[in-house]
Design a protein around this ligand. Structure first.
Ligand code: HAM
Length: 420
């Protein structure tokens, strides 16, 4: 039986890749003062129908459970977070800075960079409506991408402001009625034939040429972005962003600044996306809580594709994968009569935090050395007839020395700290 389309199995090298990605996300998020949270992966479907809206409503994995509840696998974290913060708002000092790393499910069309189950890093700030919060999120996204070895020639943050489009709409039609439908047209501008776009724009008293001219005005058409750009410049990110008004985002809850991260050459789909959603907490708590909010989501799929495609990041990725699987020490049992001593030594090394393996049953010494090499171990420790003398062979330099058990344990010392 085959794996379902859009789902993945994780063999050891895939898990090592995933661990490299998630541990980097976690490390950098902590450096920025974010704390980790999580939510359930199954939710009442109304949570998503209420406001995720747009394209996500048609992509839900939903079903009726045995209790007759209409439920959906989570397609994103934001509504869950908004509910969580609304429920215990008073327990947390503002601004609340939360991150999470979780799997999400969307019934997407088969296409490169999009799966039906994927991992996403989320970072969100509640209780601060200033551009400083938006800048902090963008700096975190850039910080994460840089930690993987990506630079300003490799990726770009594209900034936009939905309000700029709403002002245009107001100016042209005298109201912002139908704003969601209007933003959906802008969202698909480059993906649909010009005649289709023209026809869809007609009720809004706008032509495609006018829309293009508006986009070309960039920063000038979105004055609210000036403060955000200044915040980003102050954080040393001048070369990492551009104003691009074609970004409006497909989700319904965004209220102002929105952004996406892309690879510079636009070979791949978006790496990350986010923005401000000042009305969602209020909506999901039926008005009980009302906090401004902004956040970003960054997936593992496009990121993994980009890291593998660029030589300078592929090397780091490969090294991390190798390191994820490698042992520190392989205990070679050269004399089965000494197996109990060898097991005790392996246990002592493991207690000290070393990654250790040994043959589970009798095996030729040559075969054991082959296994030691294949395991990526730095050294083989040979327990044999010479016990209590132990031979230590450095598998990289091929040098060998002898020691007793206590000297060996003292020399190897406590292990490398396990990365978070
Ligand atoms: P999103 O743009 O739908 O935003 O997703 C953010 C990122 O998740 C995308 O840029 C992409 O890297 C990844 N992603 C999304 N769908 C898929 C898929 N089917 N397969 C692989 N990767 C995918 C959100 O989800 C918002 N909730 C982000 C957010 C957080 N806004 C505020 N806070």
């Amino acid at each position: 039986m085959q794996v379902l389309p859009g789902f993945r199995e994780f063999y050891p090298e895939d898990c090592a890749r995933r661990n490299y990605i998630t541990s980097t996300w976690r490390q950098v998020a902590r450096r920025f003062g974010f704390v980790e949270t999580d939510g359930p992966c199954l939710e009442p479907i109304e949570l998503y129908l209420k406001k995720s809206g747009g394209e996500l409503a048609g992509q839900l994995f939903d079903f009726t459970d045995k209790g007759g509840r209409h439920v959906a696998l989570r397609p994103e974290m934001t509504p869950t977070l908004a509910r969580m913060i609304a429920a215990r708002e008073r327990d947390f000092r503002k601004p609340v800075k939360w991150f999470s790393i979780a799997n999400f499910f969307r019934y997407e069309k088969q296409q490169r960079g999009r799966l039906r189950e994927f991992l996403q890093f989320n970072a969100d700030i509640f209780g601060d409506a200033s551009p400083a919060a938006d800048a902090e999120l963008l700096a975190l996204v850039a910080g994460i991408l840089r930690e993987f070895g990506l630079g300003p020639d490799d990726f770009v943050l594209r900034l936009s402001d939905r309000n700029a489009w709403l002002h245009l709409l107001q100016e042209k039609t005298g109201s912002v009625e139908g704003a969601q439908a209007f933003l959906a047209i802008i969202d698909k501008l480059e993906r649909e034939p010009a005649e289709t776009v023209e026809a869809k724009l007609a009720p809004f008293a706008l032509s495609l040429a006018e829309v293009r001219a508006f986009i070309a005005r960039g920063r000038e058409a979105a004055p609210a972005l000036a403060a955000l750009c200044a915040e980003l410049d102050a954080r040393g990110l001048r070369g990492f962003y551009e104003v691009d008004l074609t970004i409006v985002r497909g989700l319904a809850y965004y209220t102002g600044v929105v952004f996406e991260a892309f690879d510079r050459e636009r070979r791949f789909r978006a790496l990350a996306g986010g923005g401000r959603y000042d009305g969602l907490v209020k909506l999901l708590s039926d008005g009980k809580s009302d906090l401004p909010a902004a956040g970003a989501g960054l997936g593992d799929v496009t990121l993994g594709e980009l890291l593998s495609a660029l030589p300078h990041t592929a090397g780091r990725l490969a090294a991390a994968v190798r390191d994820g699987a490698a042992l520190d020490t392989y205990v070679v049992i050269a004399d089965e009569a000494r197996r109990p001593e060898a097991l005790a030594l392996a246990a002592a090394l493991r207690d000290a935090g070393h990654r250790v393996d040994y043959p589970l049953g009798p095996a030729k010494v040559g075969r054991q050395f082959q296994n030691a090499e294949a395991s990526g171990a730095k050294r083989a420790v040979v327990v044999g007839a010479e016990w209590p003398e132990i031979k230590i062979k450095d598998l990289a330099t091929r040098t060998e020395q002898s020691a007793d058990r206590e000297t060996l344990l003292a020399a190897l010392g406590p292990a490398r700290p396990d990365k978070p």
